[in-house]
Design a protein around this ligand. Sequence first.
Ligand SMILES: Nc1nc2c(ncn2[C@@H]2O[C@H](COP(=O)(O)OP(=O)(O)OP(=O)(O)O)[C@@H](O)[C@H]2O)c(=O)[nH]1
Ligand SMILES: [Mg+2]
Length: 454
Amino acid sequence: MPNLKDSIFALASAPGRAGVAIIRISSFEQPNPLKELIPRFNKLIESPSKLILSKLISSQTNEVLDECLVVYFRAPKSFTGEHVVEIHCHGSEFIVQSVLKELSLIDGYRLAEPGEFSKRAFLNGKMDLIQAEGLLALVNAHSKHQFEAAKKLTDGILSKKIDTLRVQLLECLSLLSASIDFPDEKETNAIQLQVVTKKNTALKDSLNKLLGSYESGRVRADGYKVILAGPPNVGKSSLLNALLGEQRAIVSDQAGTTRDYINTTMMLGGRLIHLTDMAGIHDDLTKLESDGIELAKKQMLTADLVLNIQISNSKDSFLDLKEVLGTELTHIKNCYSKSDLLASDGQYQSDLSFSVITSGGLDSLVEYIESSFDGALQSVGKGDVFITNYRHKLSLESALTGVKKTLEAIQVGHSEEIISFELQESNRFLSELIGFVDHEEVFTEIFSRFCLGK
Ligand SMILES: Nc1nc2c(ncn2[C@@H]2O[C@H](COP(=O)(O)OP(=O)(O)OP(=O)(O)O)[C@@H](O)[C@H]2O)c(=O)[nH]1
Ligand SMILES: [Mg+2]
């Protein structure tokens, strides 16, 4: 674990040439060693949270490195909760590197690890673990949906919900502990057990509701996975290229052109879509093709929507994906490709039909994908709290198991000690979720996903 007493610094803005670059420094103590670099240091310290114009002077050569704005945030009123100085210098790579080098020469100062500023903010109680994950999601957001989902996390809305559930658990635990301490109070204890049962039933409902929001939350946060499936040569790769507006996949009149799967990401009306083209599925296989088809099957199992494509004038019917996969997929849409080959359009009213050559029907196909995406979001109401993150899902599932076991233990008449044990398990998972339980491995894994300077 990195030393928390070290002063850390890093470029907080994006690397490369820019108008302004921001270098962030966070120290456990007042950053007096910066006196030499920042001649107006005293003025800076006297005026926290105010931008001060100052030269930057090299301690090695006494040369002026830059003239820029500097701001000091006095602990704990800073992002990390420590003493933070931000240098807003000119965004030249040379200036940035010179300033970073000067900082690295100061005793006890070192380059921050990715996510180390945020980790210090978390350790100093500036945000909980869920909010830290929200911050990561916010920085990585491409779409409005992702931004909104991340904002719910950083604003602490999910944390508050989890904490409310945790408080209810703790209330149950204290009722049980009173019963354990006073075993002779049989009547009172029976009433308290009823209260615990009622509270746990409500907890079970709340946890189920949160878990039920995961699929919708996941689509918001991670995007919607659409797979182009069908026999060889039906025009899957052509459709991928047409939707993307670029020649991403190889197209040819030879069956079996695509062997691997091709993942692409695109925005449709502000919606983040992951579009996958893959090997055509058929029976008469070479070894290479069969490997490709195995990969394709795995892709389909994780899809939100499978477009099952067949050629408009084909005598063959659509692939039976249930038979191909040995399991039912929830969202399949049959589509006819190459509609230009038909004498007249609109022959297959009930199915989508399109042509990459004439572009006919492509708008309807896009509309269909967009409305499927929107449909996936609708299972969660506008003001509802929802979850987006797999770690949160796993912790909530474990907490739910504990609550269910508690209710079972009450039903079969187990002792208050056993009932308490199950509830404590639930409490542990909810506490871990927010980061109240010291779990260095989880912290390291989460913060290492941050970029440098965050
Ligand atoms: N007439 C017509 N031909 C098309 C259309 N779309 C694709 N094709 C042609 O159909 C052939 C196969 O197209 P691909 O996009 O490679 O088909 P695929 O489904 O990816 O094929 P595999 O990768 O082999 O499974 C090519 O010759 C395309 O030019 C269309 O809308 N109309
Ligand atoms: Mg192909």
